[in-house]
Ligand binder design. Structure first.
Ligand code: FES
Length: 260
């Protein structure tokens, strides 16, 4: 098991305040709030932004890049675009020195020593991680789905229709469709050279450049648009400009994710 490492003196970090420290070659964000210390990875799980540069509000750190919020006591992701917790670590204070011990995973708060315990607080940050249960949309029965798809594919091909079709594609982590998430930037059409059908080009973004669901979302996008009989081919271009931000989501998506 890793050892506790002395990373700072209590007086090195104002209260409230933040300090970037290195523990076993890992960069750790150390927080001093209401007399207690907390430590989490200095990594925003949305896209790797440094948390120590963010704004500290109570027990919440707000990533300076796209605004994801994390609970500094547990590492829990509190708001989009982060959906996974960052790792929290054990912290103790002895003789005016702050010690951090790295943990394997980010569940639960680090140790808060009785010799330097935090005062009671009314702060009640509630982790709002979009869990499968919270975000899940019960998929329609296959027969309903097929009827819905058949109804759509019998309509005249248009940008609005393509967007309706794409609502069948859901982000596998958030369980919200890619249209309501604001991932579809542009839909355009060109006549196919050999027949009367259309080549459909879709500009699509991801919630982060390293989104692991990217290949699946691209494949699903092509598949559902190809179900329309007037479509000859579907091209999906991944664009990262302008970058996706949570304000691109519709109210429906926010409701499903519990963001208000
Ligand atoms: S990198 Fe932190 S919110 Fe995007």
């Amino acid at each position: 098991m890793p050892e506790f490492i002395n990373v700072a003196d209590v007086s090195d970090v104002p209260d409230p305040g933040t300090l970037l420290v290195e523990v076993d070659e890992e960069m750790i964000a150390l927080f001093h709030v209401k007399g207690s210390f907390y430590a989490i990875d200095d990594i925003c799980t949305h896209d790797g932004g440094p948390l120590v540069d963010g704004e500290l509000q109570g027990y919440t750190i707000i990533c300076s890049r796209h605004g994801a919020k994390f609970d500094i006591r547990t590492g829990a992701a509190l708001s989009m675009p982060a959906i996974r917790p960052t790792r929290s670590h054990d912290v103790k204070v002895e003789d005016g020195c702050v010690f951090v011990r790295l943990r394997e995973t980010g569940s639960g708060p680090g140790i808060i020593p009785t010799s330097y315990s935090a005062p009671e607080t009314t702060n009640s940050n509630t982790p709002l991680q979009p869990t499968k249960e919270k975000g899940a949309v019960v998929p329609p029965a296959d027969s309903d789905k097929n009827t819905e798809t058949e109804s759509l594919t019998s309509q005249t091909l248009s940008e609005d229709l393509v967007r309706e079709l794409l609502k069948q594609v859901k982000d596998p982590e958030l369980f919200v469709n890619i249209v309501d998430l604001g991932l579809i930037y542009d839909v355009s059409f060109n006549p196919a050279p050999d027949n009367s059908k259309q080549l459909v080009s879709i500009d699509m973004t991801m919630t982060s450049p390293a989104c692991p669901a990217g290949p699946q979302l691209i494949a699903d996008t092509k598949r559902v648009v190809n179900t329309h009989e007037d479509v000859a081919e579907v091209e999906v271009r991944i664009v990262m400009e302008p970058p996706w931000t949570p304000d691109r989501m519709t109210d429906d998506a926010r409701d499903q994710l519990g963001i208000f």
